[in-house]
Design a protein around this ligand. Structure first.
Ligand code: NDP
Ligand code: GDR
Length: 343
């Protein structure tokens, strides 16, 4: 029997890469889809014939119990979340409901369906659970780089909600003997990254400027430093975490630091332009409480899981810019073909 995985957040960047990875490993993959006619389902369209879908929402306990009952998964990957940090100041309560209480709801669904009461009376089912924790939990960390023992100091409602998700996952592991782990993943990007995140905003912006559509790119804090990796590498780490003998949490990142300014420079250089002619710093895009610097110490993941990243940040930025040059020019060609007045 092939192993069965249930992925929440399958329509997102990581969900699509994880689905591809698990399918390549012979898994039967199910995606939890929320809402009526979710337009983002088309993101995994190329995998549609190999995937199965089940309705559900992290805001709705009953739907999660029903989804786990229907799928009878061996592994659950909880990637569903509001993942754009600035939105967590605008809709803090909603983000907490999805990103924090949503984790509890998914753990409860597994506990109920598995018939688990406490670690002294384990049930029969052995569903393994992965929680998408985030380096945003470190926030204003007292040390750099950050590892599994670094104290959290989240700087956004998003980071606070993720910290709850992290601790409740550990608590269910300790309370009910569940194989439940969190991966504290640092920023990871790809051509499939949402357009609101800074790397994709830059790659798209540079492509539009190069193709003569825009002149300026508006950004916030250029000094912020992140440890950016390639999303395809990070979903391998998620899978490895659920394959271990003992459930443990891991920090995952490349260990290399770059600033937003570096990202801008690399992308503009790739198309032969000077970033200083095009970038405008907009104070409205600076966050109420910024995370200035993040960098992973992934020694444990590298030694215990054998995980290694395959792509360095400059190559990643160039790959994303190249992809957006093609994407934007295809879109422009399509718009040019439409009769006047249609667009
Ligand atoms: P995306 O924003 O690309 O995807 C988020 C996914 O969450 C979407 O599929 C969305 O589905 C789903 N979702 C949102 N609300 C709900 C809900 N109420 N119920 C069920 N699903 C919901 O994020 P990424 O793929 O980049 O990230 C995946 C996870 O990893 C997230 O939890 C994120 O916080 C976390 N993370 C990401 C990092 C990164 O650098 N990418 C780093 C560390 C952690 P829909 O189509 O319905 O909107
Ligand atoms: P982040 O990613 O908040 O780290 O969260 P994002 O790409 O949004 O920001 C990274 C840094 O860039 C600075 N910045 C800007 N950011 C955006 N989005 N737009 C801008 O114009 C801009 N200008 C400067 C930000 O201030 C910030 O310092 C991502 C998400 O994927 C989370 O879900 C995940 O948990 C973390 O990574 C790890």
């Amino acid at each position: 029997m092939p192993r069965r995985a249930l992925i929440t957040g399958i329509t997102g960047q990581d969900g699509s890469y994880l689905a591809e990875h698990l399918l390549s490993q012979g898994y039967q993959v199910w995606g939890l889809i929320r809402g009526q006619a979710n337009p983002r389902k088309s993101r995994v369209a190329r995998l549609m014939s190999e995937l199965s879908f089940v309705d559900g929402d992290l805001l709705d306990q009953g739907s999660l119990v029903a989804a786990v009952e229907t799928v009878q998964p061996d592994e659950v990957y909880n990637l569903g979340a509001v993942s754009f940090v600035p939105m967590s100041w605008q809709q803090a309560e909603l983000v907490t409901e999805i990103n924090a209480t949503g984790v509890l709801r998914m753990l409860e669904a597994i506990r109920i369906v598995s018939g688990l009461n406490s670690s002294r009376h384990p049930g029969s089912a052995q569903i393994r659970f992965y929680q998408a924790s985030s380096s945003e939990m470190f926030g204003k960390a007292a040390e750099t780089p950050q590892n599994e023992n670094t104290t959290f100091h989240p700087r956004s409602p998003y980071g606070v909600a993720k910290a709850f998700g992290h601790y409740i996952t550990r608590n269910y592991r300790e309370s009910f003997g569940m194989y439940a782990v969190s991966g504290t993943l640092f920023n990871h990007e790809s051509p499939r990254r949402g357009a609101e995140f800074v790397t994709r905003k830059i790659s798209l912006g540079v492509a539009r400027i190069k193709l003569g559509i825009d002149e300026k790119l508006h950004l916030g804090n250029l000094d912020a430093v992140r440890d950016w990796g390639f999303a395809g590498d990070y979903v391998r780490a998620m899978h490895l975490m659920l394959k271990g003998d003992e459930p443990t949490d891991y920090v995952v990142g490349t260990g290399a630091m770059h600033s937003v300014r570096d990202a801008v420079r690399i992308a503009f250089e790739h198309v032969g332009l000077d970033w200083q002619d095009h970038v405008v710093v907009d104070p409205a895009l600076v966050r109420p409480a910024e995370v200035e610097i993040l960098c992973a110490d992934s020694t444990r993941a590298r030694t215990e899981l054998g995980w290694e990243p395959t792509m360095e940040f400059p190559d990643l930025m160039r790959t994303m810019t190249e992809s957006d040059l093609q994407h934007v020019s295809r879109e422009r060609d399509y718009l040019d073909m439409l009769p006047a007045g249609v667009w």
